[in-house]
Design a protein around this ligand. Structure first.
Ligand code: IDP
Ligand code: MG
Length: 137
C-alpha cells in the first residue's frame, strides 16, 4: 500500500549536518520525496504536533528543544512508508534502537534523537495537515 509520512530532521540533526545523510537513506531505500522545507517550529506547532505528550514530564524540555533552531520537514511516499520509515528510524529508547537504524548509527540521546517519523496512518494524516497544509486539497 502506498503511504505518505511526515519525516522531520530535528534541530540536532540539522546542526550536526546530517540532513543530507538522513534524506539520502530514505531516497536510496526507494522512497519518493514529495515535499521538503526548512522552518523554525513555533510553540503552537510544537504543542499541536506533540499533543499526545503534553502532560508528560519531559514535555517542556521537548518543546524547548524542537523550537530551538531550524528543522527540515519532508513528506516521503512509498509502499508501507509509515512502518518502514519507523523501522529505519529506530526505537525512541537508545538502548532499544536496532543496530543500523538512523538513531542507532548517529545518536545516544533519548531527546536529541535526530528525527521524527509518523507512527500510524492516523498520525501521518494529522501531522501532514499540520506541517504541509498546502499539500491538502
Ligand atoms: P518517537 O519520536 O520515537 O515517536 P515519542 O515517544 O513519540 O517518540 O516521543 C516524542 C519525542 O519526545 C521523542 O522523539 C524524543 O525526542 C522525546 N522524548 C520521548 N521520550 C522522552 C524522554 O523520556 N525524555 C526526553 N525526551 C523524550
Ligand atoms: Mg511518536
Amino acid at each position: 500500500m502506498t503511504e505518505r509520512t511526515l519525516i522531520v530532521v530535528k534541530p540536532d540533526g540539522v546542526q550536526r549536518g546530517l540532513t543530507g545523510e538522513i534524506l539520502a537513506r530514505f531516497e536510496k531505500r526507494g522512497f519518493k520525496l514529495v515535499a521538503l522545507k526548512m522552518l523554525t517550529v513555533s510553540n503552537e506547532l510544537a504543542e499541536a504536533h506533540y499533543a499526545e505528550h503534553k502532560e508528560k514530564p519531559f514535555f517542556p524540555s521537548l518543546r524547548d528543544f524542537i523550537t530551538s533552531s531550524p528543522v527540515v520537514a519532508m513528506v516521503l511516499e512509498g509502499q508501507n512508508a509509515i512502518p518502514l520509515s519507523r523501522q529505519m528510524i529506530g526505537a525512541t529508547d537508545p538502548l532499544q534502537a536496532a543496530p543500523g537504524s538512523i538513531r542507532a548509527e548517529y545518536t545516544l540521546d533519548k531527546q536529541a534523537n535526530l528525527i521524527h517519523g509518523s507512527d500510524s496512518p492516523d498520525a501521518a494524516q494529522r501531522e501532514l495537515r499540520l506541517w504541509f497544509p498546502e499539500l491538502q486539497g
